[in-house]
Design a binder for this molecule. Structure first.
Ligand code: SF4
Length: 333
């Protein structure tokens, strides 16, 4: 299967429950940033995401309250670098006790001493290792030599110890698509549980000139679409159609909500137009009709996975052929 059965069922049941309650908009993923501290200063990241002081981190209680408030079955712990969060083992254990699926999004530098043998393995825990290409490219984007090799060693060790491990890669303007396929091959040879490929997106302060324009993105994702069926690529076929510019979709920014030391970031991870301390204020005061329409100038070139994967699934579920295609994709690989 594309994802472990329990993970797929948790999302399916959550969607069914929400629709039965008459809710068209609901979060499926909480993107939780407990800290803005990082041990890297990557090119694709904005200044605020690596310069935060550890002292300004969220408490465990704030993290759990955010999870309870939004009710999403998946919690993607990112940041910052989550392995630097001192209370990480307690946080992960408390989320799993709430039956949440935890995706730990890490650069893997501290994987060996902060995760392996300390947290999990557990069927509710997925390690999501960020790799932006093969050795030379990844180390260049991370601005440090040796990060790629450390991550690969960590993946090997994690798989040997029985963890669920995925690779997360971002496609930038300079990304060679042949290299993305090489990364998929490597991920398969390491017996990872899939590769999440998504277009790069621009934070306000991120490195200029690094991100794709529409034509570049379409061309790159058309090629990714061709080789994706040969590997365990963990984005849906409809999302790849969208990323390649073959179809258009409305945005679903409410499907992946973001909580950080600054509060609830609205409308999405990319645009921090508003920050609310209370969930209720964020959910009720954000103009979701407006943001779904993508009419804001900042949305024009955005094909961010977290904004559109839910829309891609709904698009597929709307027709019998779409449901069959999604079903085959789900149970294959
Ligand atoms: S289109 Fe992109 S930038 Fe605009 S609301 Fe959706 S995810 Fe955010």
């Amino acid at each position: 299967m594309r994802f472990p059965l329990g993970f797929t069922l948790a999302q399916f049941n959550h969607r069914r429950r929400m629709l039965r309650q008459g809710q068209r908009r609901f979060p499926t993923v909480l993107m939780l940033e407990p800290l803005y501290t990082c041990n890297l200063q990557c090119l694709g990241c904005a200044g605020e995401r690596h310069t935060g002081k550890l002292a300004d981190r969220l408490t465990i209680e704030q993290c759990l309250q955010a999870s309870d408030d939004c009710g999403a079955p998946i919690v993607n712990i990112c940041g910052g670098e989550p392995t630097l969060y001192p209370e990480l083992p307690e946080l992960v254990a408390a989320l799993i006790a709430r039956r949440r699926y935890v995706l730990l999004c890490t650069n893997a530098i501290r994987l060996q001493d902060r995760i392996l043998g300390v947290i999990g393995p557990d069927p509710h825990l997925f390690l999501m290792i960020h790799l932006d290409g093969m050795r030379q490219t990844h180390d260049m984007i991370c601005r440090r030599e040796g990060v790629f090799d450390t991550a690969i060693e960590g993946i090997r060790e994690a798989k040997a110890r029985g963890y669920t491990v995925m690779v997360n890669t971002t496609v930038y303007r300079e990304t060679d698509i042949g290299e993305v396929e090489e990364l998929c091959r490597l991920a398969a040879s390491l017996r990872t549980d899939g590769v999440l490929i998504s277009p790069g997106y621009e934070f306000d302060t991120a490195e200029a000139g690094l991100f794709l324009n529409d034509d570049e993105r379409n061309a790159k994702f058309l090629r990714i679409r061709e080789f994706a069926p040969r590997y365990k690529v963990n984005v849906t076929p409809v999302f790849l159609d969208f990323a390649a510019g073959l179809i258009e979709l409305p945005c679903s920014p409410w499907s992946t909500v973001n909580f950080s030391p600054n509060g609830w970031r609205g409308p999405c991870y990319l645009i921090g137009a508003t920050q609310h301390q209370r969930w209720q204020d964020f959910w009720e005061q954000t103009d979701w009709d407006y943001w779904e329409s993508r009419s804001d100038a900042r949305c024009r070139h955005c094909r961010m996975h977290s904004g559109f994967e839910h829309s891609a699934v709904e698009h597929a579920m709307a027709t019998p052929t779409g449901r069959i295609r999604l079903g085959i994709w789900t149970i294959s690989r």
